[in-house]
Write a protein that binds this ligand. Structure first.
Ligand code: FES
Ligand SMILES: [Fe+2]
Length: 438
């Protein structure tokens, strides 16, 4: 349980809210690269930290992230013409390049020199790991872009499902560091089995444990924390323990324990106080990591089927997330297909900003408590002038990873030399990995 004031500090990101200011000290994903794939293609709207943005790719392939509203009188540049090295406002024809220079001001006399004096708001941009990133802090504090642990190299396959979730970012993030929920909420999709580790099949993720009440241990780090959820394995529980170690990378990333084929991460980017861009990422070796369309089908996050064209879920509070009570009677735990849809249903029913003053937390909520404490402390310190958590020397390195393993009880998970999954060690991999099309 935290106070109302602490909840506000943790959740709010718009305007001068200190958490939003802290987040602006990190390079931040703005949209998927595929949304602006074409030079001179249609610009797209994006929203980050309460700012409305337009993203476009110019004739030379450079990407711009600009204030959506024209510097002249505020019409939306998302409706503009993307042509000849700039984005032209429809209203009076002003044209801006990806750096915010005003190239043409057709409504003004050429001799006025007005265009040279004016600069439209444009942010530094980086394209990496299938995302368009921008830096929203003050330009003079722009750090060098560092690849995230979920896209360590340009050769990594990164497949991303994007969802616009209409609630606050922090309750979404808490879902990813809450190992206990997966044994209930996702019990029909993450099924216990006599396997030697978590395995991906066409329809499910198999898990070598039936234990619904994991013991939790947390270790704080400079970039966030990592924690282990320890469960009794199905096989040889007397000698062994099933460890799932998850990594929180402040402010909005969680590295989730992998399966035998590929690694998994969640990235949460606040659009504003009550909307979040949620990215569910599979990454790893190209031969063993599902392709984007396959990944989205597996998660039930396909545009036109599960989402509208702006990535908003078609399953909503109003239609009970298409919950199927018959399927529940027949044994399905939630009646909601696609395990991220089960998460979305829980997050949205907690309200636009979850009221944490009324929580009754138990032992399995240890990582959730660690997250709240760490981020509230970090934002208070930041407000007093300290560096933002996870920046500078504390920037996360690509050596940091989540893992899952059955280990002897004598092993301390903190000492386990985990590496990202890059195909199953010593095994031939079935590269025909495809998802059931039903
Ligand atoms: S409002 Fe955009 S050119 Fe006038
Ligand atoms: Fe979940």
């Amino acid at each position: 349980m935290i106070t109302h004031e602490e909840n506000e500090l943790l959740c709010r990101v718009q305007g001068d809210a200190p958490m939003g200011q802290l987040m602006r000290r990190h390079w931040t994903p703005v949209c998927l690269a595929e949304e602006v794939a074409e030079p001179d293609g249609a610009p797209v709207k994006a929203r980050v930290f309460g700012e409305s943005l337009v993203v476009y790719r110019d004739s030379d392939g450079n990407v711009g992230v600009l204030d959506e509203h024209c510097p002249h009188r505020g019409a939306s540049l998302a409706l503009g013409r993307n042509e000849d090295g700039g984005l032209r406002c429809l209203y009076h024809g002003w044209k801006m390049d990806t750096e915010g220079n005003v190239l043409e001001m057709v409504s003004e006399p050429a001799a006025s020199g007005f265009a040279e004096k004016l600069k439209h708001k444009a942010y530094p941009v980086k394209e990496w790991g299938g995302m368009i990133w921008a830096y929203f802090g003050q330009a003079e504090t722009t750090p060098e872009f560092v690849p995230p642990p979920w896209a360590p190299t340009a050769q990594t396959r990164v497949s991303i499902a994007k969802v616009w979730v209409p609630c606050n970012w922090a309750q979404i993030l808490e879902g990813a560091i809450d190992s206990a929920h997966s044994s209930s909420l996702h019990s029909s999709d993450m099924v216990p089995a006599r396997v030697s580790s978590a395995e991906a099949t066409e329809n499910n993720w198999l898990r070598p444990s039936t234990d619904k009440a994991p013991r939790m241990q947390v270790e704080n780090t400079g970039y966030g924390f990592r924690y282990a959820a320890l469960r009794r394995p199905i096989v040889n529980a007397a000698a062994n323990e099933y460890v799932r170690s998850t990594v929180f990378v402040a402010p909005g990333t969680v590295l989730i324990p992998p399966n035998n084929l590929y690694n998994v991460a969640n990235v949460n980017v606040p659009m504003d106080d009550t909307n979040t861009s949620f990215y569910f990422i599979a990454w790893g070796a190209p031969g063993h990591t599902p392709e984007t369309q396959t990944w989205r089908k597996f998660l039930r996050q396909t545009v036109g089927v599960d989402l509208d064209e702006r990535y908003r879920p078609l399953r909503t509070i109003e239609n009970d997330f298409w919950q199927d009570r018959q399927a529940m009677k027949a044994g399905n735990f939630t009646g909601i297909t696609g395990f991220p849809n089960q998460d979305v249903a829980m997050w949205l029913t907690m309200g636009p900003i979850a009221d944490r003053t009324k929580d009754r937390l138990g032992a399995s909520d240890l990582a959730v408590v660690a997250f709240r404490r760490q981020m509230i402390d970090a934002v208070r310190q930041f407000r007093e002038g300290a560096a933002a958590i996870g920046t500078g020397e504390d920037t996360v390195s690509t050596a940091v990873c989540a893992f899952q393993a059955i280990v002897p009880k004598t092993t301390d998970w903190r000492d386990y030399a985990a590496q990202p999954v890059w195909g199953p060690a010593g095994q031939a991999v079935d590269s025909s990995y495809v998802v059931d099309q039903r």
